[in-house]
Design a protein around this ligand. Structure first.
Ligand code: PEP
Length: 252
């Protein structure tokens, strides 16, 4: 079996003024520096205005930094937007695209998510593509169909395990303290890998990291991250506490 190095990604969402962002990033950097090596990759995704602050605070540690979104175009008349090239220029290596809060708040479609992911790849960033069902879709038994449709619509052609990470985030589990059963997570992650094999290739599917996201905390991380097809976590609330985020990483 191919070993996929776990990725623990923190989505800070719209949280963190400069001083808080620096303190949190420095706290993560200190933990990295206090140990010789770790068995996982760490990614911090702060809000745009503090990306430079965070990049500076984690420089030399191996902790990666990413944006929470990008525009599909390289530049132009798109007031308030940020391009993937701008993120790369600030020192980012990753960008989250298609987070359910973007899909809900900004009406982003699968096609737009794919265009953003393509822009990320063109700028040399790794795209973290989020998929996941709402509670109503889950209750209607549509989870696998929804997730597979999102993947089909948002995975860029030619994506590889080096350029794309998938995050399965059930919308109803985000910020609620609720999580699917381990069996349900295992089933969806298995289906995601099978879908990636059909859309891309068996090789891409075997190597691509598929993260779980939605109320991951130190006390449930070990069980979730212990599932065969779960290659890390996308963490919201718990990534704002250095101790909790580190504990989640150490649970891999
Ligand atoms: C998220 O926003 O991607 C997320 C998973 O949030 P939380 O961990 O707070 O549920």
């Amino acid at each position: 079996m191919i070993a996929r190095r776990p990725l623990i990604a923190g989505n800070w969402k719209m949280n963190g003024l400069k001083a808080e962002a620096r303190a949190l990033a420095e706290a993560m950097a200190a933990r990295f520096n206090s140990v010789g090596s770790v068995g996982f990759d760490m990614l911090l995704c702060p809000p745009f205005p503090v990306i430079g602050t965070v990049v500076g605070a984690v420089a030399g540690t191996g902790i990666a930094v990413g944006g929470q979104d990008c525009h599909a175009k390289v530049s132009g008349a798109h007031t308030g937007d940020v391009s993937a090239a701008m993120l790369a220029d600030q020192g980012c290596q990753f960008v989250i695209v298609g987070h359910s809060e973007r899909r809900a708040d900004h009406g982003e479609s699968d096609a737009q998510v794919r265009a953003k992911a393509e822009a990320a790849l063109a700028a040399g960033l790794v795209a973290v593509i989020c998929v996941g069902e709402t509670e109503a879709q889950r209750d209607a038994g549509q989870t696998l169909r929804v997730v597979e449709t999102q993947l089909e619509g948002s995975l860029p052609a030619g994506a590889t395990a080096q350029t794309v990470v998938i995050a399965y985030e059930p919308v109803w589990a985000i910020g609620t303290g609720r999580t699917p059963t381990l069996n349900d997570v295992a089933q969806v992650h298995g289906a995601i890998r099978a879908k990636v094999a059909r859309v891309l290739s068996a090789e891409a599917a075997a190597e691509m990291r598929v993260l779980y996201g939605g109320s991951v905390k130190p006390d449930n991380a070990r069980a979730l991250l212990g599932l065969a097809d779960v290659d890390g976590a996308l963490v919201g609330g718990a990534s704002l506490k250095a101790e909790d985020f580190w504990a989640i990483g150490c649970a891999t």
